[in-house]
Design a protein around this ligand. Structure first.
Ligand SMILES: Nc1ncnc2c1ncn2[C@@H]1O[C@H](COP(=O)(O)OP(=O)(O)OP(=O)(O)O)[C@@H](O)[C@H]1O
Ligand SMILES: [Mg+2]
Length: 200
């Protein structure tokens, strides 16, 4: 039934909150699946390898975006659509908004073309609810510390990405959460919103 996505810059706490939500839904005996982007399918995981391979350091930003879109398209056809149709909850660790933010604003491809190709790739399957975990520079740097990430981009890049997320703030499905708060407090907020929207 519902499609729920988690968004925000690197280290904002998406995976942490999805793990908590998974435990919660398991307890409630709710049927759900979790997928991460890029990936979630055999083809998508191969695309992920290409995207995360640090030796591919000359990748054109259009190539990069189209690979994300290709992985997304495969995920929607193979996993998301069929599961939504049988009434499962589907939870995604990043989805269309990540491309708006990272490729559209971060890489400068623009929101219009990214939105168009997102719609083409997903057959207009939009999330019912999106949790955007917002953090600031201080929190970003703290959470990134000691993290050996080849793909780590600096704050200057993340600032552009955040502009992209800011541009989505008026959207009805887009729930702004203060990601600087404690993990449990954030999770309470998420549950409140879910209970408000769905019969959990
Ligand atoms: N609310 C929080 N307070 C303090 N630390 C947190 C909080 N949420 C997450 N963290 C910590 O910050 C780090 C990054 O969290 P997490 O991996 O969940 O982020 P993410 O959004 O999934 O990042 P990425 O986009 O890189 O996958 C982890 O070490 C995690 O334990
Ligand atoms: Mg993560």
């Amino acid at each position: 039934m519902p499609l729920i996505t988690f968004e925000g810059i690197d280290g904002c706490g998406k995976t942490t909150q999805i793990e908590k939500l998974s435990d919660y839904l398991k307890n409630k005996k709710v049927n759900f699946s979790v997928f991460r982007e890029p990936g979630g399918t055999k083809i998508g995981e191969k695309i992920r390898e290409i995207l995360l391979d640090s030796s591919n350091n000359n990748m054109d930003e259009k190539t990069e975006f189209l690979l994300y879109a290709a992985s997304r398209s495969q995920l929607v056809k193979e996993q998301v659509k069929p599961r939504l149709e049988v009434g499962e909850y589907v939870i995604l660790d990043r989805y269309i908004d990540s491309s708006v933010a990272y490729q559209g604003f971060g890489r400068g491809l623009g929101k219009r073309i990214v939105t168009l190709i997102n719609e083409f790739a997903t057959d207009m399957i939009y999330p019912d609810l999106t949790f955007y975990l917002e953090i600031d520079k201080e929190t970003f740097e703290k959470r990134m510390r000691n993290k050996d990430r080849l793909e780590a981009e600096g704050w200057e890049f993340m600032k552009k990405v955040m502009e992209g997320y800011n541009s989505l703030k008026g959207t009805k499905r887009f729930i702004l959460i203060d990601g600087r708060e404690q993990k449990d407090k954030i999770f309470q907020r998420i549950i409140e919103e879910l209970e408000k929207h769905f019969a959990l």
